[in-house]
Design a binder for this molecule. Structure first.
Ligand code: AHG
Ligand code: MN
Ligand code: MN
Ligand code: MN
Length: 315
């Protein structure tokens, strides 16, 4: 069982190259965690005064986290480009435009929690380029289904600083140890419980859901009696679902008719982790990992969790 990020990165088919990339994510996580702590005293909370391609008012910490993450990916020397929630276009890393890997990232997930000191996260996914190394990386290099993912995971900035990731041979959780100043294995080989847990959804949208999902949820609630927990940050809601079981869902609704969550840097990495942990990851009538992406910021409905709960919800 890998005991530090160095060990996990050596596993999997692309192990040697994944080590610097996953270590880079770890460094970015430590830097972002430091920026989050005490941000209020540096006037770093609040809006950046800019809107991102999602139509969201960017938080200053969205922008700063994005810069930190990009810098750490550049310093690995293995990443040729980054597709980020906070950048409309693919960001080519010129010095390493010949490198093999692209990283998709939600640099700060759940940023609406920032001003109420709620949990936030970072979500990432790594794919190998399709274009020749001699070419400039192209956005088409990012449009690969979840079956092509080489590594993926998330960082949870909560009471502790955790990274949960997989290189395709199971899911491992690492907690930052202030004593040693590094991530150390704390949750080896995470498997989602088959039963129990919670359902997790923003139920206030229920009347606007498409595809009769309101009735589906009412039936699942009646059948299972599950309690409900919802934090409003996908990373936190996903992490609880992974450890306790149940189902996390964000259906399409009249406002977000193709769903709210982004396929490439939210649904696919979380779907990869969920399947690697023995769970299920569905979108509209198709497994998340089978969706062929068409656009960098494409949105999809998401139903992630224990097989029995996802099947009971969608059945
Ligand atoms: P982000 O902060 O990266 O834009 O993501 C927000 C997402 C996700 O974290 C969460 O599950 C969802 O938005 C919450 O949406 P609602 O506030 O509509 O419930
Ligand atoms: Mn956002
Ligand atoms: Mn997000
Ligand atoms: Mn985000």
């Amino acid at each position: 069982m890998p005991t530090t990020l160095n060990n996990i990165a050596k596993q999997g088919a692309n192990g040697a190259a994944m080590m610097p990339v996953i270590q880079g994510v770890g460094r970015a996580a430590i830097e972002i965690a430091a920026v989050l702590r005490g941000a209020v005293f540096r006037g770093a909370l609040g809006g950046a005064g800019s809107e991102n391609v999602q139509g969201e008012q960017q938080q200053m910490l969205d922008v700063l986290s994005d810069e930190i993450f990009l810098d750490e990916m550049r310093s690995t020397g293995f990443v040729c480009a980054v597709g980020s929630e906070e950048q409309e276009e693919l960001l080519v890393i010129e010095e390493y435009s010949h490198a093999d890997y692209l990283v998709l990232v939600d640099p700060l997930d759940g940023s609406s929690n920032l001003d109420v000191d709620g949990p936030v996260g970072t979500i990432f996914s790594v794919v190998k380029r399709k274009t020749p190394n001699s070419d400039t990386p192209h956005v088409s290099d990012t449009l690969q289904s979840g079956k092509e993912v080489i590594a993926a995971g998330y960082v949870l900035y909560g009471p502790s600083l955790m990274m949960v990731c997989s290189v395709g041979d199971g899911v491992h959780g690492y907690t930052f140890n202030p004593g040693s100043a590094r991530f150390e294995l704390s949750h080896g080989d995470i498997r989602i419980p088959e039963t129990g847990g919670y359902y997790s959804v923003n139920e206030s949208n229920k009347d606007k859901w498409l595809d009769g999902m309101g009735d589906h949820l009412d039936r699942m609630k009646a059948d299972t009696g599950l309690g409900m927990r919802y934090v409003g940050a996908m990373v936190a809601d996903m992490h609880r679902t992974l450890l306790k079981g149940g189902v996390f869902l964000y259906p399409a609704d009249e406002k977000n008719t193709t769903g709210k969550l982004r396929l490439l840097y939210e649904a696919i990495p979380m779907g990869f982790i969920m399947e690697q942990a023995g769970g299920k990851a569905m979108s509209s009538g198709i497994a998340v990992l089978d969706i062929e992406p068409e656009a960098l910021h494409q949105r999809v409905p998401v139903y992630l969790g224990s097989h029995t709960n996802v099947d009971s919800l969608l059945g």
